[in-house]
Ligand binder design. Structure first.
Ligand code: FAD
Length: 463
């Protein structure tokens, strides 16, 4: 049979399994059907219920404006799939092309998509994490629990971690006039994603809205009462704060453990794949039948020197899902690369923050238009003299302009496209806190001497 016939046969009667039935999984399933795939489609997800949207969980759900179960993702079309929900996949057998479920079933496939996303990083001390009043926010159950606790009018909410999620939650609590302490180990909020200059602006914003912001400190202990309710937190500087709600907003852990023995290139950094979403095996060779999309994926971006980038962005999950679906049913010559410039948004303290590009891929940043004091501006990021990203505060309509600058590798600093250029703005070092991933050590070791023998083996434990 010719390659074209094999592909047509797969499109007609093949079996596709999607593991991770959330945003990327659902959008990939819809795109597969749009692409003319009429074979068997199986959706595997460890959560119960319909796929739902996560961005509202730290925004409209927390304010009580949208109920947690009102976040179901709209369906773009019927996907005619078998849904295996409420049971995690716990292994992948590449020799026999099947997924193992935790309940012992095996699900065969011809091609599969991994879209298992990330989970919330829990508070590291289990007994303290289990105290009543301690929350993370990743699922709609998490958000419903936190919404109830916030609506009950706590005496103080402590938020550990001032990234986007932590800052959004602080903002919602302040809107309700609830006393809030935010603890952040870095020098300012949002600094890990947007650098020191924007971090300082975010810190001013938080303080202006009455947040007790404590940067450069670590929470060392959560203390509960005799009933098992959280009451107090202790800090590395010897201080303490009384709080009856604590939100642990320390980022995510990629859901890759179930793939540990699969022979795929997986690690704490996600599942590595090419720009066409095809997974790499442990040796870094691209596979034919395994695809990756969404928060769990780590792929090279040609616009950023082909560096491998993981993004926890809604739009990226959708775009990768569509690319993966297209490539699953296409011949090699018809495959698409994932070349979208990343975008992200957040709403906090009355400010609509949006970004385009990869702000962490920069050495300098400059305010190009608007006014920082009015919280209405755009800042452009540059790396080695070219524009690599832009962030807007209440000024999103200009981001398409900056997207084009990024796509055309325009020189940095760019000229201001409007008459409101701040006269005194000069590029400053972008100043991100240290690269935390480098501290996590090797994930494989290399063995063998001859080129035909050299292979890598996954390390069970990081050194
Ligand atoms: C509170 C919050 C606010 C956010 N706000 C924004 C925002 O403002 N802007 C923005 O751009 N992005 C935002 N995001 C990020 C955005 O929601 C994610 O990028 C998006 O959900 C990624 O989709 P995904 O399908 O890749 O992964 P996920 O949504 O994480 O879905 C992965 C699914 O796989 C399941 N799973 C995991 N392991 C297994 C297994 N072994 N077997 C079966 N199923 C498994 C998980 O339970 C989950 O259902 C926010 C996220 C959160 C949590």
């Amino acid at each position: 049979m010719s390659t074209a016939d094999t592909l047509q046969g797969f499109k007609r009667d093949g079996r596709v399994v999607i593991v991770g039935a959330s945003l990327a999984g659902l959008r990939a399933a819809e795109a597969l059907r749009d692409e003319g795939f009429t074979g068997k489609l199986t959706m595997i997800g460890d959560e119960l219920g319909e796929p739902y949207d996560r961005p509202p969980l730290s925004k409209q759900v927390l304010t009580g404006w949208v109920p947690a179960d009102g976040t179901t993702l709209p369906r773009r079309r019927d996907i005619d799939a078998e849904w295996l929900l409420g049971v995690p996949a716990d292994g992948l057998d590449l020799a026999n092309n099947h997924v193992r479920l935790a309940d012992g079933r095996t699900i065969p496939f011809d091609r599969m998509l991994i879209s298992t996303g990330v989970r919330a990083r829990p508070w590291p001390v289990e007994a303290e994490a289990a105290l009543d009043g301690v929350f993370v926010v990743r699922t709609r159950e998490d958000a419903a629990g936190l919404q109830r606790a916030v609506a009950a009018g706590p005496s103080r909410v402590l938020i550990i971690g001032a990234g986007f999620t932590g800052s959004e939650i602080a903002s919602v609590c302040r809107e309700r006039d609830i006393p809030v302490t935010v603890a952040e180990l870095a020098p300012s909020p949002l600094v890990g994603g947007l650098g020191a200059m924007i971090g300082e602006i975010a810190a001013d914003m938080q303080r202006a809205h009455g947040v007790d912001l404590r940067c450069g400190v670590k929470v060392t202990q959560l203390e509960g009462d005799a009933q098992g309710r959280v009451r107090r937190a202790h800090f590395s500087d010897g201080s303490a704060v009384d709080a009856d709600v604590v939100v642990v907003a320390l980022g995510g852990i990629r859901n890759t453990e179930w793939l540990r023995d699969s022979g795929l290139a997986v690690g704490v950094w996600g599942v590595a794949c090419d720009a066409g979403c095809r997974a790499f095996d442990l040796n870094g060779l691209v596979t034919d039948d395994i695809f990756v999309a969404g928060d769990v994926a780590r792929s090279p971006n040609p616009m950023y020197e082909y560096r491998f980038i993981s993004l926890e962005h809604w739009a990226n999950a959708v775009e990768q899902a569509e690319i993966a679906a297209h490539n699953m049913v296409s011949a090699q010559a018809d495959r698409w690369p994932h070349l979208s410039i990343p975008t992200f948004w957040s709403i906090q303290f009355g400010v609509n923050i949006k970004s385009v590009g990869v702000p962490t891929y920069a050495d300098e940043v400059v305010v190009t238009q608007g006014s920082v004091a009015d919280h209405r501006f755009v800042a452009a990021y540059g790396y080695h003299g070219r524009v690599t990203a832009a962030v807007s505060f209440n000024n999103a309509k200009w981001l398409d302009h900056y997207r084009r600058l990024i796509e055309t590798a325009a020189p940095f600093p760019p000229p201001c496209p409007t008459p409101d250029q701040p006269l005194d703005a000069k590029p400053v070092p972008v100043d991100f806190p240290g690269p935390t991933l480098l501290a996590q050590g090797a994930t494989v070791v290399v063995t063998g001497h001859d080129p035909g023998e050299r292979r890598v083996t996954a390390m069970r434990q990081h050194r």
